[in-house]
Write a protein that binds this ligand. Structure first.
Ligand code: G3H
Length: 195
């Protein structure tokens, strides 16, 4: 059975400032994670010649992948973070203060809520379909370096979790979720590489 390794990008500068969206680089801590991840991937996929690394088109995932050598890297726009539309670059506090109706609407129905000029979780789930088809087709291991909302949806697909849970699944920074698809079903392991 071939593993699929799911991980978020290393901490970004916007993560540190508490801002959503954006396209900032990783922080110093994020860089440390990128090195640890490269180390882990090198060991875990040592004899897996056909393995590949998939990232989004955003800097923070590309930078997180950069210390990994020896495997092809593919950028997918479909792996980009949920588009927060007019809220891109804001903190949750700012949204609550400046756009209280939006904040409340999202709280009420996080799965269906669509950011003005942006996306909902349902939109993200839909755009992930080609990624999932391609992941299912792969014979070799894949490392997916993406973002919280996207990984919630991908994880839910493989772990067979219901739609309504997706926006609330915990996908911590600096950890790897390993999914193994075998004949007896899906197995999961988690590795926390740092805080
Ligand atoms: O920037 C977006 C976050 O990673 C998604 O988190 O859907 O819980 O607001 P949220």
């Amino acid at each position: 059975p071939r593993p699929i390794l799911l991980t978020r990008h290393g901490e970004s500068k916007d993560n540190v400032r508490g801002r959503i969206g954006g396209d900032t680089a990783v922080s110093d801590r994020g860089e440390v994670y990128a090195k640890k991840l490269a180390n882990f991937v090198e060991k875990r996929l040592k004899s897996e010649r056909a393995a590949s690394i998939w990232t989004s088109t955003l800097q923070r995932t590309i930078l997180t992948a950069s210390p990994i050598v020896g495997f092809p890297k593919i950028q997918w726009r479909a792996l980009d973070e949920i588009n927060a539309g007019v809220c891109d670059g804001m903190s949750y506090e700012e949204i609550k203060k400046n756009m209280p109706e939006e904040y409340e609407a999202r709280k009420k129905d996080k799965l269906r809520y669509r950011y003005p000029r942006g996306e909902s979780y349902l939109d993200v789930i839909q755009r992930l379909e080609p990624v999932i088809i391609e992941l299912e087709r792969q014979r070799a291991p894949v490392v997916v370096i993406s973002h919280q909302a996207v990984l919630r949806a991908l994880y839910a697909y493989f772990a067979d979790r219901p739609l309504r849970e997706i926006p609330h699944i915990e996908v911590p920074l600096h950890a790897i979720i390993e999914i193994q698809m075998g004949v007896t079903g899906v197995q999961e392991k988690r590795y926390k590489l740092m805080d």
